[in-house]
Ligand binder design. Structure first.
Ligand SMILES: Cc1ncc(COP(=O)(O)O)c(C=O)c1O
Length: 383
């Protein structure tokens, strides 16, 4: 019920504390199955300083708009592009929807179809429904990467684009993006890479010596990339990123927003009013940590995932779905549902909806948390 009379701040805060007691928190170390994390303290500071900025009305917040633009350029550079076009958006879902929207708007076909791997994130289901684009699923190979031959078989005159994934949601698999890029070039189609998760992992992991496929704008067929700062970028939610190689993609999804203070303003995002503070936090975190800082974070996460995968293999009845490529380790067990239920009852934040349990080595996950988890898992399984 909407209260007629207000309560004191203390009363309201006390009620909030009581009601959120049920929440798991990232700093407790119990959340092992999320792609989000406890935001970096510096990013939190920036958010609190600039909480009022609205990038939906950039005429009012001219400086913030320039900072968003600089953030997009720094992300473009990370992804091998000198100058890119895009926005800091609400997350990977919005970024993927924008890419599909751009491909559809630029294609001259009546019944648009998008080819994407079976492992693609459900955000494409939303894009399909909203934009009336038919999804054509390409099968996966034994290693859970997309079968590029199957992608080629599914290309028709109605195809508006291809999607490849650099860090799948379930297993952290990086598709053979170089082969997809070649295919896209051969057929004159745009390739979108969903690196919502992998975008803030792969560039650093590669420099650390991990053998991972190229996935970014260095490949000429790649026309757009989703990269989410609110995942491994450690920026508070919401902070996703969409970057296009060419201006024409952004123009294809821009609508005039005439009543705003900036006069001739164009908006390409789904959201109108949108948080400037989060875009500023993206910029600030990149400046603050730099390539070397993020590399350190990724180093820890990758090493932890290799160690964890090794420990899992020692438990009878537990098997890895595949060797980890990134900092995601997914495993199955006998009586999976029962094991999942028991782990949850012990307060672990995990999920097993695809027939396996996914553990994501986010920056808040430490070895001692995983050791405790392994003890619980072993106990449950051997009982
Ligand atoms: C590969 C991939 N793409 C897109 C998304 C959607 O991101 P968001 O939840 O930020 O909208 C996710 C989320 O887990 C993802 O793993």
């Amino acid at each position: 019920m909407f209260p007629r009379k207000g309560a004191s701040e203390e009363e309201v805060l006390a009620e909030l504390e009581e009601k959120t007691a049920e929440d798991l928190t990232f700093d407790s170390g119990r959340i092992l199955g999320s792609m989000c994390t406890y935001p970096h303290p510096f990013a939190r500071k920036v958010i609190s300083l600039y909480i009022d900025r609205n990038l939906g009305d950039p005429g009012l917040h001219v400086g913030s708009q320039k900072i968003e633009e600089e953030a997009i350029q720094m992300l473009s550079n990370l992804l091998g592009l000198e100058k890119g076009y895009g926005n800091i958006v609400s997350g990977g879902t919005e970024a993927n929807i924008l890419a599909v929207r751009a491909f559809r708007n630029l294609a001259d076909v009546e019944k648009p179809e998008l080819i994407l791997p079976r492992s693609a994130h459900f955000s494409f289901l939303k894009a399909s429904e909203m934009l009336s684009v038919k999804l054509v699923w390409a099968e996966l190979k034994e290693d859970y990467s997309v079968d590029v031959n199957d992608v080629e078989r599914k290309i028709t005159d109605n195809t508006i684009g291809i999607v490849g994934i650099a860090g799948t949601t379930g297993l952290g698999v990086v598709d053979d993006i170089p082969a997809l890029s070649d295919l896209a070039i051969d057929y004159g189609l745009p390739l979108h890479v969903d690196a919502a998760f992998g975008g803030f992992v792969i560039p650093f992991a590669k420099e650390l010596g991990y053998d991972l496929p190229d996935f970014d704008f260095r490949l000429k067929g790649v026309q757009s990339i989703t990269i989410d700062p609110h995942k491994m970028g450690m920026v508070p939610i919401p902070a996703g990123g969409i970057i296009f190689r060419k201006k024409k993609f952004l123009e294809a999804i821009s609508v005039p927003a005439p009543y705003l203070a900036g006069g001739k303003v164009w908006q390409a995002t789904i959201t109108g009013t949108r948080p400037g503070a989060n875009a500023l936090a993206v910029w600030a975190m990149i400046k603050h940590l730099g390539f070397e800082g993020y590399k350190e974070v990724v180093k820890g996460a990758m090493e932890l995932s290799r160690w964890f995968a090794g420990e899992l293999k020692k438990i009878p009845g537990v098997y890895l779905i595949r060797e980890p490529m990134l900092n995601i380790v997914s495993f199955g067990t006998t009586n999976l549902e029962e094991v999942e239920e028991k782990l949850k009852r012990r307060g672990w934040g995990i999920s097993a909806h695809r027939g396996y349990i996914r553990i994501v080595m986010m920056p808040h996950v430490r070895r001692e948390h995983l050791e405790e988890f392994l003890r619980d898992l072993q106990e449950i399984i051997t009982r």
